[in-house]
Design a protein around this ligand. Structure first.
Ligand SMILES: Cc1cc2nc3c(=O)[nH]c(=O)nc-3n(C[C@H](O)[C@H](O)[C@H](O)COP(=O)(O)OP(=O)(O)OC[C@H]3O[C@@H](n4cnc5c(N)ncnc54)[C@H](O)[C@@H]3O)c2cc1C
Length: 410
């Protein structure tokens, strides 16, 4: 059986593993590099992800995959400290003492927040899919908790579309992040970078005879005479790991529904200093052309890199703002009093389809793994609801591969 997988991100590469046991598999990736959202930059002496990535204690499928690829020993658990940037100041918000000292919420607000965090894991997410996150928080915790705490978080994740996001997304985030001791949360990172996972997957697939065509976008998709034609070449089965609206675009089949998606523009900077007071993740409450400042070297040890590495994270709807790179850089330098000479290098990564926007009612929009004879899986699939993740994409890749293999047994 000839199988074409469109997209060489995590979902496509993981699905290709079992499929290449008994089939001829070709992976088409439009970019010159594999990995999609997990692609990395190669700098002098180290690799760094184009978009910040860490994993969580419950990511069991990811751990099995790392084990299978001989990478499990590289997984390390590091402190994921957090803070908020409010009125020109970075406030640490990791330990209970820091939270108690945070001046922009009252004691009562903090107590309510604590109760919600404890309850989050037990809440029924399906009933929250139709409730807007802002409405839920205002009703249960009050206006100030929303504007001082959750609104910056939602803005950093969803930009102008934050008011459309469901409470199911927000509560699932709180539940995932509630496993923290007094020292804060432990998050997983692969010593050497997540590119090791992508490279190992590539190596394993090539050793199984899988064909990987990089720099090769699927530009046409057609079903004819019982075969699927991708770029004019015939396959028995096609697995598309790209958003349904992209399938619609390349196939011309208007019946594929578009999902709400957003783009990410993420600037990575190499610096000679730390600007976030030793904190990994700082959400911006003040208005800025980025929603969070993520200092990778306050997470993974700085010695490995020989410089501080900072991400300026932003999401956009439609197209990124023009001159975004310059706007982000000059705002960052001015706001954090960093002279331009302190910036060793900077790169801006832009991805139009960086993740679904988990709007109210999203659960009803999730496509099945098979529609009209075409297999679909990716960050829009059920295991990635209500938050896309490496774990969700691995599960989606494995589940769709099972479906394809079952389909061939019929
Ligand atoms: C900013 C950001 C931060 C993240 N942080 C984390 C994190 O900390 N922890 C975590 O667990 N997850 C994180 N994620 C999510 C994680 O990266 C994704 O869930 C996962 O990588 C998605 O894999 P995928 O294969 O489904 O999609 P993608 O990575 O989008 O892969 C799809 C691939 O298809 C290719 N493609 C598109 N169109 C075509 C075409 N026409 N022809 C051929 N190829 C095509 C793309 O180039 C891409 O390589 C983050 C994502 C982003 C954007």
């Amino acid at each position: 059986m000839d199988i074409c997988i469109i997209g060489g991100g995590l979902t496509g590469l993981v699905a290709a593993l079992p499929l290449s046991e008994a089939s001829e598999v070709t992976v088409l990736e439009k970019e010159p590099l594999l990995g999609g959202c997990m692609a990395s930059y190669q700098r002098d002496g180290y690799w760094i992800e184009q978009y910040y990535h860490h994993c969580f204690a419950g990511d069991s499928h990811l751990f099995s995959l790392l084990d299978d690829l001989g990478l499990k020993d590289r997984l390390e658990w590091l402190k994921g400290s957090t803070g908020y940037y409010v009125e020109g100041k970075v406030h640490p918000l990791t330990s209970p003492m820091e939270i108690l000292r945070y001046p922009h919420l009252s004691f009562i607000d903090k107590a309510r927040l604590g109760v919600l965090t404890l309850r989050a894991k037990g809440l029924d997410l399906s009933s929250l899919d139709d409730v807007p996150a802002g409405e839920y928080i205002r009703e249960h915790l009050g206006e100030r908790v929303y504007t001082s705490f959750f609104e910056p978080l939602l803005r950093s994740k969803f930009g102008d579309r934050r008011d459309e996001v469901s409470a199911a997304w927000l509560i699932s985030r709180i539940a995932i992040r509630s496993d923290r001791g007094v020292e804060g949360e432990r998050l997983g990172y692969l010593n050497g970078g997540w590119h090791l996972l992508i490279d190992s997957l590539e190596e394993r697939l090539l050793s199984k005879g899988c064909a990987i065509e990089k720099g090769t976008p699927a530009i046409s998709l057609e079903h004819t005479g019982g075969k699927w034609l991708v770029n004019g070449r015939a396959y028995d089965v096609v697995l598309a790991t790209i958003p349904p609206q992209e399938i619609k675009r390349i196939s011309g089949d208007e019946t594929f529904a578009s999902l709400p998606y957003q783009g990410a523009a993420c600037m990575t900077l190499g610096l000679d200093r730390d600007v976030t007071r030793g904190i990994y993740w700082v959400n911006m409450k003040d208005q800025a052309p980025y929603g969070a400042v993520v200092t990778h070297t306050n997470f993974a040890p700085r010695e490995r890199y020989g410089e501080d590495i900072v991400y300026l994270a932003s999401y956009f709807a439609g197209q990124p703002a023009p001159d975004l790179k310059e706007t982000m850089l000059s705002d960052f330098c001015r706001r954090f009093s960093v002279p331009k000479t302190a910036v060793h290098w900077s790169e801006l990564a832009v991805e139009r389809f960086a993740g679904p926007v988990y709007t109210t009612g999203f659960a009803r929009l999730i496509p099945a793994y098979e529609e009209r004879g075409l297999y679909l899986a990716g960050m829009f699939s059920r295991p990635n609801y209500p938050e896309r993740s490496m774990e969700g994409s691995i599960i989606a890749g494995l589940e769709v591969a099972d479906r394809i293999m079952e389909g061939q047994d019929d």
